[in-house]
Design a protein around this ligand. Sequence first.
Ligand code: F6R
Length: 605
Amino acid sequence: MCGIVGYISKDEKASSILLDAVKKLEYRGYDSVGIATINNGKIELRKDSGKIDEVDREIHFVDMAGSAGVAHVRWATHGHPNKTNSHPHTDNNNTIAIVHNGIIENHEELKKELIEEGHIFKSKTDSEVIAHLIEKFISEGFNFQNAVLETFKLIKGSNAIGAISVNSPNELIAIRHESPLVVGLGKNGNFIASDVPAFLKHTKRVIFPEDNELVIMNSDNVTIKDLNGNILNKKVETIDWDEEMAQKEGYDHFMLKEINEQSVVVSDTLAGGKDIENIVSELGNIKRICFVACGTSYHGALTGKYIFESFLNIPTDVIYSSEFKYFNNVLDEDMLAIFVSQSGETADTLSAIKMAKNHSKTLAIVNVLGSSITREADHIIYTKAGPEIAVAATKTYLSQLVSIYLLAIYLSKNRSNVFHENMVSQIEKVPDYINQLMLDEDQIKEIAKKYKSASVFFFLGRGFIYPTALEGALKLKEITYIHAEGYPSGELKHGPLALIDEDVVVVVLAPSENSNSISINSYNDTVNNMEEVKSRGAQIIAITSYKNGENINVNDIFKVDNQVDELLSPLVYIVPLQLLSYYISIYKGLDPDKPRNLAKCVTVK
Ligand code: F6R
């Protein structure tokens, strides 16, 4: 999984624009970076392994001349992260440069044939075959665009490619199959990129090529063709994200900025409630629901199960996207399959929706406009989080949760079920609750400082707040590299209690019971579970809104001073957990925006 960019203009220096653009995609991979431009009839290529700023300090990308080029950030799949394996890749004669995101499943056989024909490979990547194949087709008489097309027809897998050639210096060619690719129509030139933030500074006018569509661009025009060479009439869309949304705006890290944006994100998502109500009116009869998602999105989906089963009496499954193919026989037309994904590009979720469509109703809950998963879905709910740059998901999680609550509320209204009553007005208070919590950030910092050297954390929650415990553990693992597990509070005694001793930190989520008639009052059971770990010596951090919370026997307590209903507590309790992980990462001297081995958008299975 990687990020690709291309830019072609009349006379602007492409390298500085490409460097800036590729920095916006660093969340997609940060093993290596490279840029190739066409300079005086030659390919100029600079690349190396390392983070963009480190590499740039050594090789000064902006010194590269030329008004057309391609750029790449890499998250290694085939071949170690090193200079040779970094993109762009070139052909034998250095006349073609390509960038690639995806996996070429048949690269071994293609490479073997090319080597037999005399091609010499420099890298250990699957991607390099693309440059050699284009070279081969050009040598057989194809023009540049058709050489890319013929190459694309030969490769198997999920792929997005950008290519330049000294033989066609005024053309930038791109094509995709199941890997993201978006076209940006700029004032002084045109772009291709894996994601919109790459060029948001220059244009909000975009075209989303479908799978198997060839993009041919020069500085003034963009043409899109199908595989038979027919020109397609594509819609130009306008993105409603602002450039500032993809900037740090004074925060030390995107993650902290994105945590701070959450109260606004909740309000924005609520403001889109009407769209969700409209979708519900089109869904027809639903007897079962199946959520499909990965990672953080899975935790949002799991919260959905508690909501839909407890209060709407709709049997609801939640399946990891990568496991979906083992369960897809249960699909039928009475089922609504809901695919939750921030990026809309996660390979496993994309395959799952392809399996489900035409068998069940499909709904995608996605943050990125025009992304691949949205193209497969019968219905789409766009979460209103804006671009999320930090690798660890925060604000998109909250907007997924709000969307799922709204979906449940409107479904319940449709079924004349009591669940919807007062719920929207209660969620409307959540932005204030979050703002209130953010005022107590210093308290979380102190807790983070105290426990930053712990090596094991457990996160416990019961009922609605259990998926939040899983998400708290995932955030901590991702950005601090501390081993963390989320458990239902009542489950610990069935095995994991054996691990508890004085070196273990247990974070207990204990929302208070309240007067809501559908609240399930699990506070007292949670306190009992807390005692079980306390008596085995664990250090306990309680996060609670219980009115007498200060009397409980814990090492540290973070009071959630609001009356959020237990049912809505996932919308609030996640915030201190995100802050706890963020500050532990800071106190450990790590970069929370770019955790090792991870990338934001997982386009490989
Ligand atoms: C966690 C995280 C990942 C993603 C997962 C799914 O912070 O970012 O666990 O949640 O890779 O990604 P999407 O939601 O884009 O399908």
